[in-house]
Design a protein around this ligand. Structure first.
Ligand code: ATP
Length: 234
């Protein structure tokens, strides 16, 4: 579904990604793990079209994304939920969710998608008229992911969805991610919480200083001694 071929990404003159090649198949959950500043977010930004200078080739559902602006990638079903939630705190939960359905592909189905999200997350339905800023961190993250779902993704890219959340909320988010995949949406997730991410992922990539140093199934990576020492606190 998604193929990155030898991607090099730059902020100005500074090269952050080096020769990144990876792929995501339809129906998978794929995790990218690695330390702070390894370049994980930059991979997602390169795919969604928000990094200005990207060399190499990215293909999504058979289409070469070179030169295609970010909003058009959204119309193709490539949806990016950035780090840090970025909700509108004084708007209600429902208004925040509805903001996600701006893409043409999503507008007509807005009510139906909203009903589906509330069905998956009754807690949000109960709070739909509350200001988003009044929710707990975990609930706000669910709204951010829900807003991504409102755009009707084929591929949903999640950047650090569990950052700063209490353990029980972390589990809730990962359970939700599984549920989303089971509903037919493919997922590419970036996480510093490597253990949890690899537990839910079908496959994973380990990023170090802008390069992929390891790849495998979630289970293979969890069992990898070097990785356990470096990231998993073993
Ligand atoms: P984190 O979890 O801290 O977000 P990350 O693995 O997602 O880490 P990136 O955010 O992709 O890493 O950042 C990779 C490198 O690129 C870092 O050294 C960062 O300082 C740099 N960088 C990120 N965004 C910019 C930018 N807009 N301009 C210049 N440098 C940037």
């Amino acid at each position: 579904m998604l193929h990155l071929h030898n991607i090099n990404s730059f902020y100005g003159e500074i090269q952050v990604l080096r020769e990144i090649s990876l792929h995501v198949q339809r129906g998978e959950i794929v995790a990218i793990v690695g330390a702070n500043a390894a370049g994980k977010s930059t991979i997602l930004k390169s795919i969604s079209g928000t990094v200005l200078k990207v060399e190499g080739k990215i293909e999504f559902q058979g289409n070469d994304l070179t030169g295609i602006p970010a909003h058009q990638r959204t119309e193709m079903g490539l949806i990016h939920v950035p780090e840090g939630r970025r909700l509108f705190p004084t708007m209600t939960v429902q208004e925040n969710l509805e903001m996600g359905a701006y893409a043409k592909r999503a507008r007509l189905d807005r009510q139906k998608t909203l009903d589906q999200i509330y069905e998956m997350l009754p807690r949000l339905q109960e709070r739909k008229k509350q200001q988003a800023g009044s929710l707990s961190g975990g609930e706000q993250q669910m709204v951010a992911i829900g807003r991504g779902l409102m755009a009707k993704p084929e591929l949903l890219m999640l950047d650090e969805p569990t950052l700063g959340l209490a353990p029980i909320m972390v589990q809730w988010v990962f359970d939700f991610i599984r549920q989303i995949r089971d509903s037919g949406v493919t997922i590419l997730i970036v996480e510093q919480n490597a253990t949890k991410a690899l537990e839910v992922a079908d496959r994973g990539y380990v990023l170090e200083n802008g390069q992929i140093v390891l790849e495998g199934t979630g289970q293979e990576l969890l069992n990898n001694q070097a990785l356990r020492k470096a990231y998993l606190g073993a």
